[in-house]
Write a protein that binds this ligand. Structure first.
Ligand code: GDP
Length: 605
């Protein structure tokens, strides 16, 4: 067997050959007793140009295997090895029925920005957590547990759904109940709907907290009605969603909310086996100058004890000390308890699973194997970083019809935000713009980062971190751009703007109107028409528009037709409904936003 393009006639290995996805020809070929050149020549004959170090697609590998008659099984990177590693933990006693005990519900607060999530978390914490030894100051470790007369509740301390989604993406479901906060003066907003969708997708029960009822313009009825459109119907309206009216600021209704959380927890029958070896998830982790790697972990089951050998992702070690959310050192921690753990060999990732190993040797073997795999994957990734373009040049490159690669060095305050920012940035990628992370790490922007960025023409993004003076000077000298942010949304907005050419300095833009797509109609010969409601400003025919889906600009162009009922109109004002037809854009969906804007030239000074 073997086509004319394959020089080698060596026998094909017998049986199923397991290959990890994402390998290069150089890594792939030897597994099939062939050379990288064989693979490259063969693919070339099929019109596919690859080099020895480029990642092969599934199809390319399958095609080649078929050609030489090899039986191929493609697996996710590390999948097989991971299964072998997992088998080293013996957890046969985990799910014994008689050993299950009630555990505290783990609660995440989600909702639109400014609807009061942080205020509520602070109120609950201050009223119910006894300040610990650390000078009476409670610590923010990513989660905390409170105790009220009827039971205990664990709150995740990072509100919003970015963290929630991130954890889920890593297979860690660490929320039992979602509290959806809706400010009664503002009503249901885009992020409210996103939060609902995330909770539903995760199949987690929702309790609605209708907040800010102290405000003069609070409109609970309107909020209830908007929520019912999202299939969250209050019990008073004949539905089954628990809703609590409250004012986080005035501390009204907070206790009621806590009680209701325990009611739902009871219905959900949340239990865990508190005996045996602990298992759970890493909420966040960072490198502390004095204490080394510090990870906040949330225990699922079992009891974690000081001295236990543990593995968390690629990090391993023995628990040297544990600190609870009141800042107190503890010797043991059971299910649903968040604790900071000291003693790991390195900083694990948010969402990594942690487990107590049978002994330290196993912990080490598993941790080191994973770490080595991660290093290999990272190296492979690095080799693929091409020389990128600058942020301000990216749009011209897209316009020139080229695929632009934006190289980034990303630094963030904690592992959790690093992951969340990476994840969010990844979502901005599209066919024309690729992002390559030259380096991602926790910590301030350093000279080393500048060097890396200069070498790869990368832009440095700092999230909740700043460059020190030396780094700043070096950046100036090397013409490296550093952009720092404290709000994820601003960061993403900037990058998005760069992608659609809005970073161009000559223009300033003013948003003139915003409409929400309610329904989409297909009209023969004309195409899709978006039935919209104007939410603010004025929508004018012919004006420039951005089409936004879930916060991402997916299209830019102009309004082609504008109608009210059957009549063509020139403009439609806030509060009114209209039909909008867009030039060359048909991929409309309910819930999308259409934003119109004007570009005004800035007088050059
Ligand atoms: P988050 O973005 O959802 O975390 O919202 P914050 O907790 O930061 O709250 C945003 C603003 O609303 C802050 O100025 C709070 O003081 C205010 N706020 C929060 N809850 C209430 C409330 O119940 N009543 C009133 N009047 N203001 C509130």
């Amino acid at each position: 067997m073997g086509g004319t393009y394959i020089a080698s006639n060596a026998p094909v290995p017998e049986g199923t050959i397991v290959v990890e996805r994402g390998v290069s020809a150089q890594e792939f070929a030897p597994k099939l007793n062939r050379s990288a050149a064989d693979v490259i020549r063969f693919l070339m004959s099929n019109g596919e140009m690859v080099t020895a170090t480029m990642t092969l697609s599934d199809e390319q590998m399958e095609l080649f295997a078929l050609e030489i008659g090899a039986e191929l099984l493609l697996v996710e990177a590390g999948q097989q090895e991971e299964l072998e590693l997992q088998a080293m933990f013996d957890d046969s006693d985990d799910d014994i029925e008689e050993l299950q005990e009630v555990r505290a519900p783990i609660v995440t607060i989600m909702g639109h920005v400014d609807h009061g999530k942080t205020t509520l978390l602070d109120k609950i914490r201050n009223a119910n957590v006894v300040a610990g030894e650390a000078g009476g100051i409670t610590q923010h470790i990513g989660a905390y547990q409170v105790e009220i007369p009827t039971g205990k509740i664990t709150f995740l301390d990072t509100p919003g759904h970015a963290a929630f989604t991130k954890m889920r993406a890593r297979g860690a479901q660490v929320t039992d109940i979602v509290v959806l906060m809706v400010a009664a003066d503002d009503g249901v907003m885009p992020q409210t709907i996103e939060a609902i969708n995330h909770a539903k997708a995760a199949d987690v029960p929702i309790i609605v907290a209708i907040n800010k009822i102290d405000k003069e313009n609070a409109d609970v009825q309107r909020t209830l009605s908007q929520l019912s459109e999202q299939e969250l119907v209050a019990e008073s309206w004949g539905g089954d969603t628990i809703m609590v009216e409250m004012s986080a600021q005035q501390n009204l209704g907070v206790d009621d909310l806590l009680e209701q959380l325990l009611v739902v927890a009871e219905l959900e029958e949340l239990t865990a086996n508190p005996t045996g070896r602990a298992k759970g998830a890493v909420l966040e982790a960072n490198l502390d100058t004095g204490r080394g790697p510090v990870a906040t972990i949330l225990i699922d089951k079992g009891t974690l004890k000081v001295g236990d050998p543990i593995v968390a992702g690629g990090a391993w070690g023995r628990v040297r000390a544990m600190i609870d959310s009141t800042g107190k050192q503890v010797k043991e921690a059971g299910p649903s308890t968040p604790v900071q753990v000291l003693g790991l060999s390195s900083v694990p990732n948010a969402g990594d699973e942690f487990r107590v190993a049978p002994d330290e040797k196993t912990a080490r073997t598993v941790g080191e194997a994973r770490e080595q795999r991660q290093r290999l994957t990272a190296q492979r990734g690095d080799a693929r970083v091409q020389r990128g373009v600058k942020l301000e040049d990216i749009f011209s490159q897209i316009q020139a019809g080229e695929v632009a690669t934006l190289n980034l060095v990303l630094k963030a305050d904690v592992q959790g935000s690093l992951e969340a920012v990476t994840e969010s940035l990844r979502r901005l990628e599209r066919d024309t713009v690729k992002l390559a992370f030259v380096h991602r790490a926790v910590g301030g922007v350093t000279e080393n980062d500048i060097q890396l960025a200069a070498a790869t023409n990368a832009t440095i993004i700092g999230f909740n971190v700043r460059p020190d003076r030396k780094a700043r000077d070096m950046a100036d000298a090397e013409h490296v751009e550093i952009r720092t942010y404290e709000i994820i949304y601003k960061l993403l907005e900037d990058i998005e703007r760069a992608m659609v050419g809005l970073l161009a300095p000559e223009f300033e833009e003013v948003v003139t109107g915003e409409a929400e797509v309610r329904e989409v109609f297909k009209v023969p010969k004309i195409g899709s028409i978006a039935g919209c409601q104007v939410r603010s400003g004025v929508i004018t025919r012919g004006s420039k528009v951005r089409f936004i889906r879930e916060g991402v600009i997916i299209w830019k162009g102009a309004i082609n037709s504008l109608r009210r009922f059957k009549d063509d109109v020139r403009e439609v004002r806030e509060g009114f409904e209209c039909g909008i037809g867009l030039t060359d854009f048909q991929d409309l969906k309910g819930g999308d936003l259409i934003e119109t804007f004007e570009e005004r030239e800035i007088a050059r000074v």
